[in-house]
Structure formats: structure tokens, C-alpha cells
Design a protein around this ligand. Structure first.
Ligand SMILES: [Mg+2]
Length: 355
């Protein structure tokens, strides 16, 4: 509770401007200067991980559970304090593949997902697990699953998009939205999931440029596939509230809508992410998406130190000696907040616009 008061103080002091107050600034410092841009890029990646870890103990729980508890990042529900979940694990896998290949190699991203899934992470989305464990080739697995199941509009591609959003932002709207669709399609055969992930990529791009992603929504919606535009326009509009959701927020539409609602109705990074967790339901993922967006708006400096200090990301199947499965379980590789900052800086520095 005292953290909340601190954030309000920060907000009124001007250190964390509201989303609505952001203006586009050109080169030469201020909101649009390169240092600020890098801070926002780190904010997107670090903020998503922090949201994931903050929300993890309350997954599938009731609304208001975080506020009712009165303390934060203390773990629970099988999660250690500050432990991030599959959302961030998969985001790291995507980011490291982009860096290693200097761009998107979908087969490699899929192979990394599949290797990770085989090492039995604590949590994995049903849709994602079904596609990764089915044995089908990378370019067919999600489509085949969708053919059989007909529903694949979970939020599992949205939740892992912070790293790719940072990488592809310099390439512009069309390129970042297309890349989002391609990465989403690795595990989700439903175009609804592709379009939602494309919207998030574009909102992060706008925020990294120092502009207001909420003001950009009409233009972003114009770039959404026509068959999906009306539904996204509804959940992203100012009249929408998470109570109006027609599906559980594990679906892509209310998850993205809730993240935008949280950004719109609060005045700082921590308040937005707390509001997301307090919605209940798929708390880690709604907060991971909110954290990516709010982190891109407010920057890494707005992510509370009390959240980043315990933050860590265990990566199953990536520890020392991971090639020797016959010898039993290998230790996880574990990233901390410093590792996430470094990853984000590399993504921002070597991203799609650098070539
Ligand atoms: Mg998760």
C-alpha cells in the first residue's frame, strides 16, 4: 500500500507521465531522445517479466487478490517470490533466437520452444503444449492443431511478445505487425491470436517512439485484418471494461483489452500492472501484457525496485550440460533482472532497424 502512495508521488512529480500526456518528440532529447528510447525498450521487456512474476501467485484466482494480500512479490501458488513463468521464459527464447540469427528464423524459434517444453516447465499453455508436443513440423503444427480443434485464440502468443516487439519496432508498422503474426502462428493457428499480437507489437512500437499508444489505436486498428477489426475495436475502445468481456481473460481479446484498459485508467507503471493482476483470472499473462505496454510507455525506471530485485526467470532445459538428458534433470539456467535488461538493450541496439 505504501508502494502505491510512492507511485502517486512519482506521478505528480512528473517522473512518470501518464500515457495520455505523452507527446511525440523528435530527436534531440526529451521524451523522444535515444536514452529515453532505450529506457522504454528495457521497460517493455523488464516490465513484462515483472508483471508476469507479480501476477503468477494469483493465476485463476478471484479479482482483488493482490490488493487483499497487502504485500507483493512474496510468491505463492507454487511460485517463488519474483519467479517469472512461461510467459517470460518464452519471450527470452524468442529474443535470444532473434539475436543469434540477426532476424526471425521461425524454425529456430519453434525448435527452442519445443526443447523448452520437453523439459517440463512449471507452467505451459494448453494450446502451446498441444502444438509443441505433437511431433508435427514447425510450419504445420499450429495449423493442424487448429484444423482439428477449431479454437486457438488463447493469449499464449500475446504473452511472450515483449522481446520481439522491441526487436522489430525500428522496422515500422507493417514489418513489426507481420513479424508478430508469424511468431504467433508458430503455436496458434487462429488468426485472432495473430492479430492481437500484431496490435501489441504496434502499440509497443508507438510507445518506444515516444508517442501515445492510446491515441494511435484508430490507426493501429486500420492495420488489423478486416475480419478481426470490429472485435478488436470493441475491446480496445474507451467504453470497454474488463467486466464486459465475453470470454475468460485467457483468450486473446479480453487479455489485450484488459492491458489497454489498465494503461488507460491508471497513471503509472506499477498502478497499471497492479490493476491488471487485480482483475483475477489469467493474472500472470494479463499483467505480463500490461507490463510490456506500460513498460514501453513509462520506461524501465518506472518499474519498482522492490519488484526487480527478486525477479528471476528459470529456463528449463537450458542449464549447464543440457545436452545430456540421460543423466537426469539438469539445473535450470536462471536470468535475473540484470540479464533481462542486457537482453533488452541488445534487442534494441541490434534490432530490425539496425541493418
Ligand atoms: Mg504464465
Amino acid at each position: 500500500m505504501d508502494q502505491r502512495a510512492r507511485e502517486q508521488t512519482r506521478g505528480t512529480a512528473g517522473a512518470a507521465p501518464t500515457a495520455g500526456a505523452r507527446v511525440h518528440a523528435g530527436d534531440g532529447g526529451g521524451a523522444g531522445g535515444p536514452g529515453e528510447r532505450l529506457d522504454r525498450a528495457v521497460g517493455a521487456v523488464l516490465g513484462s517479466a515483472a508483471g508476469d512474476a507479480l501476477g503468477a501467485p494469483y493465476e485463476f484466482g478471484p479479482a482483488g487478490a493482490l490488493s487483499a494480500r497487502g504485500e507483493e512479490m512474496r510468491g505463492g501458488g507454487g511460485w517463488d517470490p519474483g519467479e517469472a513463468t512461461d510467459d517470460t521464459q518464452m519471450a527470452v527464447l524468442v529474443g535470444e533466437s532473434l539475436l543469434e540469427h540477426g532476424g526471425l528464423e521461425p524454425a529456430d524459434v519453434f525448435a527452442r520452444f519445443r526443447h523448452w517444453a520437453a523439459w517440463e516447465p512449471k507452467d505451459i499453455g494448453l494450446q502451446t503444449e498441444a502444438v509443441l508436443s505433437g511431433g508435427d513440423p514447425w510450419d504445420l503444427a499450429a495449423a493442424l492443431h487448429f484444423q482439428v480443434n477449431a479454437r486457438a485464440a488463447g493469449n499464449g502468443s500475446l504473452m511472450r511478445a515483449a522481446t520481439s516487439a522491441v526487436w522489430f519496432a525500428p522496422a515500422g508498422r507493417g514489418a513489426t505487425m507481420d513479424a508478430a503474426r508469424r511468431i504467433a502462428a508458430l503455436t496458434h493457428g487462429d488468426r485472432a491470436a495473430w492479430e492481437g499480437t500484431a496490435v501489441l507489437h504496434e502499440l509497443v512500437r508507438v510507445a518506444l517512439d515516444g508517442a501515445d499508444p492510446l491515441a494511435a489505436l484508430p490507426e493501429v486498428l486500420d492495420a488489423v485484418h478486416p475480419e478481426h477489426r470490429a472485435r478488436y475495436a470493441r475491446v480496445l475502445g474507451p467504453a470497454w471494461h474488463p467486466d464486459l468481456a465475453t470470454e475468460f481473460n485467457g483468450a486473446v481479446w479480453p487479455c489485450l483489452g484488459s492491458a489497454v484498459w489498465a494503461l488507460r485508467t491508471t497513471g503509472g507503471f506499477a498502478a497499471a500492472v497492479r490493476a491488471a493482476v487485480d482483475l483475477g483470472g489469467d493474472t500472470d499473462t494479463v499483467a505480463a501484457v500490461t507490463g510490456a505496454l506500460a513498460g514501453a510507455v513509462y520506461g524501465a525506471r518506472a518499474v519498482p525496485r522492490e519488484w526487480t530485485e527478486p525477479l528471476h526467470v528459470p529456463l528449463p532445459g537450458a542449464g549447464p550440460g543440457h545436452g545430456e538428458r540421460g543423466g537426469g534433470r539438469v539445473p535450470d539456467r536462471v536470468l535475473d533482472a540484470g540479464d533481462l535488461r542486457a537482453l533488452a538493450r541488445r534487442l534494441a541496439g541490434a534490432g530490425a532497424g539496425a541493418a
